[in-house]
Design a protein around this ligand. Structure first.
Ligand SMILES: Cc1cc2nc3c(=O)[nH]c(=O)nc-3n(C[C@H](O)[C@H](O)[C@H](O)COP(=O)(O)OP(=O)(O)OC[C@H]3O[C@@H](n4cnc5c(N)ncnc54)[C@H](O)[C@@H]3O)c2cc1C
Length: 460
């Protein structure tokens, strides 16, 4: 990258906030994508750390004029290589946009700069409010702007939905440098096309998010955790709609294969609480009193037993709850070194039993296993394609993955429920969308970013 570019960026943001020194930019070249599938990053990049929307606007005006690729970087916890610069680029790190703008308790909303991390947002709320924010993807290092850009989900989606359901307003800098504000502190707004929702989930390809207004909710006083075990995935999956139809909406309904739960528990030095059965459902429930929690737990167990549950355990103490949730959070960790790719397909929830049967059958065909766990209440299961015995991508990787994707689509599903398209899933867009649909997306990109400078290589 030419010296004049770095000089210009230093002029905009200050000498300390623009660098191309490899030892300082190394940590900005990758995200959490599995090593074997992530693209190679260009090392010829400049990392710049603006402190305001105005500085970002100046950077984008300059990059647009000089046709320099720009990558926007949040917490770097993404898993589809969205932040990996595959060409020489300016990497705009949002880390200095880390301030609370306004906590508006009367409207149950909070406005933050986009570089505020999820951990900081939760801390702000627990220190100064009785309100809470429900979306929690696994890593609290994610920034709110990144969570909007990826339309993050997580375990609470079954009750509270995903990022899209809580974003009320965004300030964005367009690739041309113009500043726009979309939405407002409104619960209803039907004027014109909904550009706010076009930006949510656009993975930084249409603009850089600089401020976010989120809806907040009253906290529940009590929460409990329940593990119910089954001998078959089909029985476990059949219990889920029956529970929801009964009027109970747990905060989370997670599915985990027993072999995975045992490995995860061992990995963190504990044991899985139930012995009977081969698969488990983990429920997190909220209530306004302990009695309500027990009542709800009993109803869930009754429904599960009607669907052949073989065991149930209510975590009585907060320590026991934490132990179960820690195991759930670690289902991936023991496999980490052996995972070639972590898939996150979703199907309509009622198709989950057939979908899992198909996945198991396809894995057998390739003479491998495919550990599965995930957000069964949302029809979203994570499946891990394992490496070969030498730790490389298995020879059948591409064929196996495509067959799995096509199986999800056969049920009216999606290739990615929450991780996004990024660079690793972009080549499979035509499996899910028609040429006409992809052309419309390309047209939208062109309207926002006529010179294709922003996050090029992601999505379209
Ligand atoms: C252990 C673990 C568990 C996870 N569990 C879940 C889960 O349950 N559900 C889930 O949805 N995700 C999950 N994720 C994925 C990840 O945490 C989310 O995608 C998260 O929302 C990414 O936020 P980030 O700030 O780290 O974004 P980054 O990784 O920095 O960026 C992601 C994308 O957003 C763009 N972007 C970032 N900030 C901005 C901005 N201000 N303006 C415009 N574009 C921007 C980037 O260019 C990139 O394309 C998990 C990740 C890990 C490591």
């Amino acid at each position: 990258m030419k010296t004049e570019v770095i000089e210009k960026l230093k002029q905009i943001c200050g000498n300390d906030f623009a660098t191309n020194d490899l030892s300082q930019i190394q940590g900005y070249l990758y995200d959490e994508t599995e090593n074997l599938i992530r693209p190679e990053a260009s090392k010829e990049c400049i990392v710049v750390k603006p402190s305001s929307s105005e500085e970002i606007s100046e950077i984008l005006k300059y990059a647009n004029e000089k046709l320099i690729p720009v990558v926007s970087r949040g917490g770097g916890t993404g898993v589809v290589s969205g932040v990996i610069p595959t060409r020489p680029s300016i990497i705009i790190s949002l880390e200095r946009l880390n301030k609370l703008v306004e906590l508006d308790e009367k409207n149950l909303m909070i406005t933050v700069e986009s570089g505020v991390t999820l951990a900081s947002l939760l801390e702000i709320l627990s220190n100064s409010s009785d309100l809470f924010f429900p979306v929690h993807p696994g890593d609290e290092g994610a920034q709110i702007g990144g969570m909007v850009a990826t339309n993050a989900g997580g375990t609470g989606a079954v009750k509270h939905g995903i990022m899209r359901n809580h974003v009320k307003a965004l300030e964005i800098v367009l690739p041309t440098g113009e500043l726009v504000t979309l939405g407002g502190k409104l619960l209803k707004n039907n004027m014109g096309y909904d550009l706010l929702h076009l930006i949510i989930g656009s993975e930084g390809t249409l603009g850089i998010i600089t401020k976010v207004t989120l809806r907040l909710y009253a906290k529940s006083n009590y929460s409990g955790t329940l593990v119910v075990s089954f001998d078959s995935t089909r029985d476990a999956a059949n219990s889920v709609p029956a529970i929801l139809q009964s009027g109970i909406t747990p905060r989370a309904i997670e599915y985990v294969e027993r072999s995975i739960a045992i490995k995860a528990a061992k990995h963190i030095g504990t044991t899985w609480p139930s012995e009977n059965g081969s698969v488990d459902l983990i429920f997190i429930i909220d209530g306004s009193s302990e009695d309500e929690l027990y009542d709800t737990s009993e109803k869930i167990v009754e429904i599960c037993e009607a669907n052949n549950a073989v065991d149930s355990i209510i975590a009585e103490s907060s320590k026991e709850q934490k132990r179960i949730l820690d195991i759930r959070s670690n289902v991936y960790t023991p496999y980490k070194e052996h995972v070639a790719d972590g898939l996150d397909m979703a199907v309509p929830p009622s198709s989950i039993p057939d979908f899992i049967d198909d996945i198991t059958r396809i894995a057998k065909k390739y003479n491998t296993e495919i550990p599965s766990a995930g957000h069964i209440g949302d029809g979203n299961i994570h499946n891990f394609i394992l490496t070969d015995e030498n730790g490389n991508l298995p020879s059948y990787y591409e064929e196996f993955k495509k067959e799995l994707y096509k199986t999800a689509l056969k049920y009216g599903g999606t290739i990615t429920a929450e991780h996004g398209t990024g660079k690793t899933k972009k080549n499979y867009m035509s499996l899910q969308y028609t040429d006409r649909e992809i052309k419309i997306m390309e047209g939208i990109k062109k309207v926002f970013d006529p010179n294709n400078i922003l996050n090029c290589g992601n999505i379209v």
